[in-house]
Design a protein around this ligand. Structure first.
Ligand SMILES: Nc1ncnc2c1ncn2[C@@H]1O[C@H](COP(=O)(O)OP(=O)(O)OP(=O)(O)O)[C@@H](O)[C@H]1O
Length: 275
């Protein structure tokens, strides 16, 4: 399986290194044989259709899913912040905005640690940066989807992480919120943090993300966004997704028919079944 990150020079320090990484659930792989490096300071969009493995990859990097095969290594000393999809969060938890944002302090202070004046200032600055000044005491279950996403970005700001994983942060939020949140992502990129974002809107990707990984359970393409999002690659991803058999078992054999990437024994099964 070749490394698809052709544009990443070997002299650039890698923040993430995938070696034949396969992730999945109950022995059913959802991301197959991913190889490549994410250079420190990259701003990488992760795109693909529903069920193509984007969230699974994020969970694998965050350490919430153990690889079924291969490895995902993170550069030593990297502080990580992971923002799951909003649908995975429990909004009914009785917390105020300030409590939610202050959770970003726990890697430094511990859950029960006393917050110092500088911590309180960091939380206040983060709330101002996301446009939620004055919302400190609001219960999180009273926030709109966009306000909640702003609060979650404030928590990421407070975390001060080197590697930031954002899973569909622009879903179900209005245009102004998207622009404000993109502004923060751009600032993080300027600060040389490594940022991976699952995005559905390809126009947004083309406009703001220098690099893109296109997934269809396997990596279809990875490189500069314009090249990755070529018609050919997008069609290839769709073709692979349409041929996917949800019930295919764990792959044992390797059979590469897509030229340089992926293996398609699941597709073969579907075709064989259709005959
Ligand atoms: N907890 C789970 N248990 C079993 N299968 C799962 C689990 N989570 C995801 N899957 C399956 O893994 C595959 C990849 O799912 P994943 O959520 O990574 O896709 P995605 O690209 O993020 O999709 P979407 O754009 O719809 O969020 C899907 O077939 C999904 O049904």
């Amino acid at each position: 399986m070749p490394d698809l990150t052709k544009d990443v020079s070997s002299v650039v320090q890698a923040c993430l290194n995938f070696t034949d990484l396969t992730l999945g659930y109950d022995r059913h792989p959802a991301v197959h044989h991913l190889n490549g490096k994410v250079a420190k300071g990259s701003l990488l969009a992760v795109v693909g259709g529903n069920g193509s493995g984007k969230s699974t990859l994020m969970k694998g990097i965050a350490g919430l899913l153990k690889p079924m095969g291969g490895t995902c290594s993170i550069a030593a000393g990297t502080r990580l912040a992971y923002l799951p999809q909003q649908s995975e969060l429990d909004r009914t938890f009785p917390a105020r905005v300030i409590d939610l944002v202050s959770l970003g302090l726990w890697p430094r202070r511990g859950l029960l640690g006393r917050h110092r004046a500088e911590d309180r200032e960091a939380v206040s600055r983060a709330l101002v940066a996301v446009g939620l000044e004055g919302f400190e005491k609001r219960a999180i279950d009273t926030l709109s989807g966009g306000q909640m996403q702003r609060a979650l970005f404030a928590r990421v700001l407070v975390q001060d992480a080197d590697l930031i994983l954002l899973d569909e942060p622009f879903n179900a939020v209005d245009e102004q919120t998207i622009l404000d949140l993109i502004g923060l992502v751009t600032i993080w990129h300027g600060e040389e943090r490594t940022v991976l974002v699952v995005v559905h809107d390809l126009d947004l990707v083309r406009a703001y993300f220098p690099e893109t990984l296109l997934l269809a359970r396997h990596p279809v393409a990875w490189g500069p966004s314009r090249q990755t999002l070529s018609q050919e690659n997008l069609l290839g991803a769709r073709h692979y997704r349409e041929a996917w058999n949800e019930n295919a078992p764990w792959c044992a054999a390797e059979a590469s028919v897509h030229g340089s990437h992926g293996h398609s024994h699941h597709q073969d099964r579907v075709k064989a079944g259709a005959r």
